[in-house]
Design a protein around this ligand. Structure first.
Ligand code: NAX
Length: 328
């Protein structure tokens, strides 16, 4: 029997990532090849015409799994009944802007979207924040949607995770699908810590540690880390636009693994609400290694090797400052 459609919200759907992401969702890349979907696309009024163009293209693509499209600039209409929300829209940091100014703009955006989700989304809606600063935006959303369970609000570090897998596969000249269990710790920013201490490569006889195969600690502790941390800037330099197809693909991977589960023996990186694991203060949205089963993520314990300065309090400090300013 055909499954009931799942409603997936993409905010900022007329933007670059949105344009790459919506066809992936409509093709079943996010929720599986037998899962019908109804796309809800939200953008702001200046982008309404462009958003309508995206809707027209979705119609023209005749995706068999796509059972409906809502394209709107009304946040309530966009959020009504959604089971999955991918928050890509936000105010981008422009030249000369302080981080604090961007945050302030995003507080207003995330406040209204959080309350619309809280009031109108389906019960147990899963939220993925992609828009930067992703960890902090997720925390703002959580702050303004207190009735959404904290386990349902996450942010994306899967692109960084996938970038780390890609770098290892290039270095060893092997298939990326044979590499697993890298970890992105912390923030989706240049302060993140990509870690291969537990990463392995599938070999004919079983599995081998990445560290043993790479056999170059200097590279693993140096160039590998900075390449992953600064990959976004390298893409902008090369393409003149920021990462879009890889970000869209990372968002699909994040939701797919969360909803459908991680393969046995594999963990992935997700920005999730800290329960105090690894001494990361409870309540921060922080990227940890997680496994997923039955639609729930669990932080994998005991994976910290030789890292002392893991905790990056930037989002916590930012949000308290901004909330203080906003709420008095
Ligand atoms: P674009 O500027 O192409 O698109 C953003 C879209 O959001 C625009 O269409 C804009 O009109 C819309 N928007 C603005 N305010 C909105 C609001 N209040 N409600 C709904 N829509 C709104 O940016 P794009 O390249 O698509 O990137 C989107 C976000 O993803 C940015 O914040 C970017 O920094 C972030 N990224 C996050 C990544 C991650 O790994 N977490 C990686 C890629 C990307 O840089």
């Amino acid at each position: 029997m055909a499954k009931d459609p799942v409603r997936v919200l993409v905010t900022g759907a007329a933007g670059q990532i949105g344009y790459a992401l919506v066809p992936m969702i409509a093709r079943g890349v996010m929720l599986g090849p037998d899962q019908p979907v109804i796309l809800h696309m939200l953008d702001i009024p200046p982008a309404a015409e462009s958003l309508n163009g995206v809707k027209m293209e979705l119609v023209d693509a005749a995706f068999p799994l796509l059972k409906g499209v809502v394209a709107t600039t009304d946040v309530v209409e966009a959020c009504t009944g959604v089971n999955v929300a991918v928050m890509v829209g936000g105010f981008p940091r422009k030249e000369g802007m302080e981080r604090k100014d961007v945050m302030s703009k995003n507080v207003s955006i995330y406040k209204s979207q959080a309350s619309a989700l809280e009031k109108h989304a389906a019960a147990n809606c899963k939220v993925l924040v992609v828009a930067n600063p992703a960890n902090t935006n997720a925390l703002i959303l959580k702050e303004f949607a207190p009735s959404i369970p904290e386990k349902n609000i996450t942010c994306m570090t899967r692109l960084d995770h996938n970038r780390a897998l890609g770098q290892i596969s290039e270095r060893l000249n092997i298939q990326v699908s044979d590499v697993k269990n890298v970890i992105i710790w912390g923030n989706h920013s240049s302060t993140q810590y990509p870690d291969v201490s537990h990463a392995t490569v599938k070999t004919q006889g079983g599995e081998k540690p990445v560290k043993e195969l790479v056999c170059d600690d200097e590279w693993l502790k140096g160039e590998f880390i900075t390449t992953v941390q600064q990959r976004g800037a390298a893409i902008i330099k090369a393409r003149k636009f920021s990462s879009a197809l890889s970000a869209a693909s990372g968002a699909c991977d994040h939701i797919r693994d969360w909803v459908l589960g991680t393969p046995e023996g594999t963990f992935v990186s997700m920005g999730v609400y800290s329960d105090g694991s690894y001494n990361v203060p409870a309540g921060l949205i922080y990227s940890f290694p997680v496994t997923c089963r039955n639609g729930e993520w669990t932080i994998v314990q005991g994976k910290l090797v030789g890292l002392d300065n893991l905790i990056d309090l930037e989002p916590a400090q930012e949000i308290s400052l901004i909330l203080k300013e906003k709420l008095g």
